[in-house]
Design a protein around this ligand. Structure first.
Ligand SMILES: [Zn+2]
Length: 94
């Protein structure tokens, strides 16, 4: 009796996978990045149009002390950065 090849079905991949690395991260709004943040961010970029680290045109606003660590949305706690400097800093965990 010849053995039939076993039919192997790959496991079904769930249609909606959760974002990798951010399992239970609340929404941007809940983390304190609501409408007020966007206004404040525009103020910072208008006052400091260049990256404070490399001098390139600033595109991002960085919290020196992150909101989740008790930092505040104040001009003193914010830093205008270009996107690459911001990515470098946030990749380091700041
Ligand atoms: Zn920069």
């Amino acid at each position: 009796m010849a053995k039939l090849p076993r039919q192997h079905k790959p496991p079904r991949v769930p249609a909606r996978k959760q974002h990798r690395g951010a399992p239970q991260r609340p929404s941007a709004h809940r983390r304190g990045y609501g409408r007020r943040w966007w206004r404040l961010r525009a103020v910072v970029l208008a006052q400091r149009p260049f990256c404070e680290l490399c001098g390139a045109p600033a595109k991002d606003v960085h919290h020196r002390v992150p909101l989740r660590e008790g930092g505040e949305n104040t001009l003193e706690n914010l830093q205008a950065l270009c996107h690459s400097c911001h990515s470098r800093i946030t990749a380091r965990g700041g």
